[in-house]
Write a protein that binds this ligand. Structure first.
Ligand SMILES: [Zn+2]
Ligand SMILES: [Zn+2]
Length: 136
């Protein structure tokens, strides 16, 4: 079962089953949250659980207008997952793939889609993926 954690190990999670989708996002919010673009896994809420610690959360309005809640470690500040009120993200959490503990799980997080390609910097390489979405 894939497991993930923050930098200080206070907050840990795991999930079962396969992600609903795997995507890299280049939106302006992900840029700020992740120092560039973010690799994300969409996991059904029922398959995801916090196994240690209690993340703090912060809700803001995403540039697309949806409500975005970020969940992060109160001690080290690492962002672990997000929730958004857009229809396709309901009943699911958006896990930051970079917080996975094992290299083989991160390898399996290979994206199938790229979001907000219009905001991708010219020096950031594009991926060889089928799906490109702007969500505008
Ligand atoms: Zn931490
Ligand atoms: Zn994004």
């Amino acid at each position: 079962m894939p497991t993930g954690s923050c930098l200080c190990q206070a907050v840990k999670y795991d999930y079962s089953g396969d992600p609903l989708s795997k995507a890299v996002c280049h939106c302006l919010t992900c840029r700020k949250l992740s120092s560039g673009s973010s690799a994300n896994l969409l996991i059904p809420t029922t398959h995801f659980r916090i196994t240690s610690g209690a993340p703090k959360s912060y809700t803001s309005t995403h540039e697309s207008g949806m409500k975005l809640t970020t969940h992060f470690c109160p001690t080290c500040g690492i962002l672990l997952y997000k929730e958004a009120d857009r229809k396709e993200f309901q009943s699911a959490v958006i896990v930051l793939a970079g917080t996975l503990d094992r290299a083989e799980d991160f390898e399996k997080a290979k994206p199938e889609a790229e979001f907000y390609v219009k905001d991708r910097a010219s020096w950031w390489p594009g991926l060889d993926v089928q799906q490109l979405r702007e969500f505008s």
